[in-house]
Design a binder for this molecule. Structure first.
Ligand SMILES: Cc1cc2nc3c(=O)[nH]c(=O)nc-3n(C[C@H](O)[C@H](O)[C@H](O)COP(=O)(O)OP(=O)(O)OC[C@H]3O[C@@H](n4cnc5c(N)ncnc54)[C@H](O)[C@@H]3O)c2cc1C
Length: 403
């Protein structure tokens, strides 16, 4: 074997997999182009993901570029008759200083690449994978430069189109939402106070998430603004200054005067779920296995839980052969519930906003009222939003959390 494990894809899930599996003493190859170009995308990483990245020894590289999220504020901006009042969820209520941290995607990728470069069991190839021959005992993986690498296990971290998933014949269900998400990095004049604010509109959430100060910009946030495609078209045509005015209006001037520091794309919103997380000699992680709307910062946190669980089973079961069927079976069983429950929760929340149907508004308002009034329920919801209470990978659990 040229490697124990080949990881296809060097996005955040693939790089984290390279680090986690390399640290277990497995010989890993991470193949795929580096993707650390500056973009207008950020990810909020919750407490469990931060614990995992700290255990991998990479958190110290990430922390200086990340902003803490101490409060999550939800504002009902639907205009509904039954709109509930703004609700603050505070990390301190759950015993945490912060729910997690927000960081630019490019900074996260750069930190993971740097850590991987120092991992002695990991080799980094920047070529695309062009083909797979799955066999009973191994997989032959063909790279764009003509090299073939034999490995016991392929970890597909190659994103939503996942050529590895397709090559292994794993089916998937894919669907579209009538929404696009506009992303941007913003400078503003009013401090965010370590609070992210989600305005729930009839077109989806419009979310402002804290970013750390720089030498030139003391107040910074990232924006994910979900809207109907018909609303996006006129915004696309606006100058940066006019778009900044539209954003100020959208958040009711919460952050004062806004300047666009980086203008991102309008991303079509999709959902995808793979029919299985494994096939012989293959495990899917990250968006190769599941994609959903950017609501509640669930996507990559779930992807990192895939990686942490895979590493946990390989460590616990101690297989000579990292792609042995019993390892893959254990991984498949561990992941299904977490993926399904997150997908259903995000989908439901999004659809209740889009519905514009009075009884649904009443139910949503009642749910928020219950969360506001009943502290134990609120704490439970906050904890579950950050990490599943049951069945989370051990490395992500807080000392006070039971298995
Ligand atoms: C607007 C927006 C906001 C979001 N905010 C959050 C958030 O706050 N918190 C959160 O947890 N999640 C968030 N997400 C989700 C998160 O961004 C994704 O879950 C995450 O980036 C997916 O990472 P990945 O490594 O699985 O896939 P990707 O980042 O897509 O990486 C896949 C990689 O595979 C490579 N590849 C493809 N084909 C091949 C091949 N043949 N050979 C080799 N390599 C290949 C690609 O080049 C790419 O680098 C957000 C998503 C969006 C759209």
């Amino acid at each position: 074997m040229d490697a124990d494990i080949l990881i296809a894809g060097a996005g955040p899930a693939g790089l984290a997999a390279g680090l986690a599996l390399g640290r277990l003493g497995k010989r890993v190859v991470v193949a795929g182009p580096a993707d650390d170009r500056p973009s207008a995308r950020t990810v909020a990483l919750f407490d469990g993901s931060v614990r995992f990245l700290a255990a991998l020894g990479v958190w110290d590289r990430i922390a200086p570029r990340a902003a803490p999220l101490a409060t999550m504020r939800i504002v009902d901006d639907t205009g509904s008759l039954f709109a509930h009042r703004p609700t603050d969820f505070k990390a301190s209520e759950t015993g945490l200083e912060q729910f997690g941290f927000n960081i630019e995607n490019a900074d996260l990728t750069r930190a993971l690449e740097a850590a991987l470069a120092e991992e002695r069991n990991a080799r980094r190839r920047h070529d695309l994978v062009t083909g797979y021959d799955f066999e009973a005992e191994r997989c032959r993986v063909h790279l764009a430069d003509g090299e073939t690498i034999e490995a016991h296990l392929v970890v597909a971290a190659d994103g939503r189109a996942s050529p590895a998933r397709q090559a292994a014949g794993i089916g998937m269900r894919e669907w579209a939402y009538p929404q696009v998400a506009f992303t941007a990095l913003l400078d503003h004049t009013v401090a965010h106070g370590d609070a992210s604010t989600e305005f729930h509109t009839r077109e989806g959430p419009c979310t402002f998430v804290p970013l750390p100060a720089t030498d030139t910009a003391p107040h910074r946030s990232s924006l994910v603004w979900m809207m109907r495609p018909a609303h996006a078209d006129p915004l696309r045509a606006l100058s940066d200054a006019d778009l900044a005015r539209a954003i100020e209006k959208q958040n009711h001037y919460l952050l004062g005067k806004i300047t666009l520091a980086r203008r991102g794309a309008f991303i079509p919103i999709q959902g995808l779920t793979a029919r299985a997380m494994t096939a012989p000699r293959l495990a899917l992680v990250g968006e190769a296995a599941h994609v959903f709307p950017p609501i509640g910062a669930q996507g990559l946190n779930l992807g990192l839980r895939d990686v942490a669980h895979l590493a946990e089973y390989i460590e616990r079961l101690q297989p000579e052969d990292a792609g042995a069927p019993h390892v893959l079976d254990a991984y498949e069983r561990a992941r299904r519930g977490d993926v399904l429950s997150r997908q259903i929760a995000v989908d439901l929340l999004d659809r209740t906003l889009l519905a514009g149907f009075l009884p649904v508004d009443v139910l949503r308002a009642a749910g928020m009222a219950a969360l506001t009034a009943i502290a134990p329920l609120r704490r439970f919801a906050m904890r579950e939003g950050v990490l599943p209470g049951v069945g989370a990978p051990s490395v992500m659990r807080r000392p006070d959390q039971h298995p």
